[in-house]
Design a protein around this ligand. Structure first.
Ligand code: KG4
Length: 329
């Protein structure tokens, strides 16, 4: 069978990322231009600045991605782009650029759901991984338990009713004065502390999550005692969040009889969560998968990987393609 080369374009938040992936599994290049240093001084992503930064660099990133993959645009089979969810202005830069490129080159255009892309990051790391499996999607904007029945067949079993888990990490980090991006900073500081604070674990009926209670509890503790040991607070927060993720994951595993459990999204980079799920895998005799750290956060390779599966299924977008900031699985 002929090899299929997909160019994947990602611009949903503060990374301008473009990659070339062969047959949905092999990364030939994965160029990521992070805007973290620009947004750091504002304590979070400023949408308008993010859009402008994407515009400034996207063409160079595309050229770099082709050069590193040692491939020319004429040899690319299709152009895949993140359609949503994300910041509308940021998404529009990638979508408009991809449409222009597809029109000028005559290549097919394929729309990709960013959340499906995060799941597909695992196909790049584990060549043997195939659906069906159960997936815990934990990122800055989403927290969901998803039954993945095929490369294009998803069923959401539960989701957060308020904050996404990454959002809670970022807010806690801001309150305790760690700055942006908060997740990795909480992860690092927690290693120096102990989970001495008994924080509330919200356990809803069914498989939905809620993280606003624990976030508020951390904020209140911090306000009551500004000299509180921040490392202990971070360790307690991280442990409580992980407990909630594990509780619902066990419920979902038992409900679906899954033997394969995949973790996806930026928060899957968290060292404590990775260890907790690895231990759970041993305990419950499950295969646990999570992507290597660079593929956990936003990247073009995951968009190219999911783009491949959409492409071979026959999905095509046209020049009316628009960004959808609240796109769902
Ligand atoms: O998946 P992602 O790159 O963007 C979205 O699609 O949302 O996730 C970004 C989120 C941020 O909230 C960031 O703080 C969090 O992932 N994150 C972490 C870690 N690394 C990134 N959260 C906890 N621990 C980490 N090590």
């Amino acid at each position: 069978m002929k090899d299929v080369y997909i160019l994947g374009i990602e611009s949903s938040c503060d990374e301008t990322a473009i990659a070339v992936v062969k047959n949905g599994r092999e990364i030939l290049s994965n160029v990521i231009n992070s805007q973290i240093p620009i947004h750091e001084k504002f304590g979070g992503v400023v949408p308008e600045i993010a859009s402008r930064c994407h515009i400034e660099v996207i063409n160079q990133i595309m050229k770099k991605a082709l050069a590193e993959a040692n491939i020319e645009l004429k040899d690319i089979d299709a152009i895949a782009v993140t359609q949503g969810p994300g910041l509308v202005g940021a998404l529009l830069v990638g979508v408009s650029y991809a449409k222009g490129l597809a029109y000028a080159s005559g290549k097919p255009l394929v729309a990709v759901n960013h959340l499906e892309g995060h799941i597909a990051a695992n196909y790049l790391c584990f060549k043997e991984l195939e659906p069906p499996f159960l997936c815990l999607q934990i990122s800055g904007g989403n927290t969901q338990l998803i039954e993945v029945n095929g490369y294009n067949d998803f069923k959401v079993l539960g989701k957060t009713r308020d904050d996404a888990v990454g959002e809670a990490f970022d807010k806690v980090a801001r309150v305790v004065g760690l700055g942006y991006p908060g997740g990795p900073k909480v992860d690092n500081l927690a290693k120096e502390g102990n989970p001495v604070y008994d924080l509330p674990r919200t356990n809803l009926e069914g498989l939905d999550f809620s993280f606003s209670g624990i976030k508020t509890a951390v904020i209140n503790l911090n306000h009551k005692d500004p000299n509180i040991n921040k490392a202990d607070l971070c360790a307690s927060f991280q442990q409580a969040v992980t407990d909630m993720l594990i509780t619902n994951s066990i419920k979902a595993i038992n409900q679906t009889n899954s033997k394969k459990f995949v973790i996806a999204g930026g928060v899957s980079r968290n060292s404590y969560i990775r260890k907790a799920f690895t231990d759970l895998g041993k305990e419950m005799n499950l295969e646990i998968y999570y992507p290597e750290p660079i593929l956990c956060t936003d990247n073009g390779a995951m968009i190219a990987a999911q783009g491949y599966f959409n492409y071979i299924k026959g999905e095509r977008a046209d020049l009316n393609l628009n960004a959808v900031p609240n796109l769902k699985i």
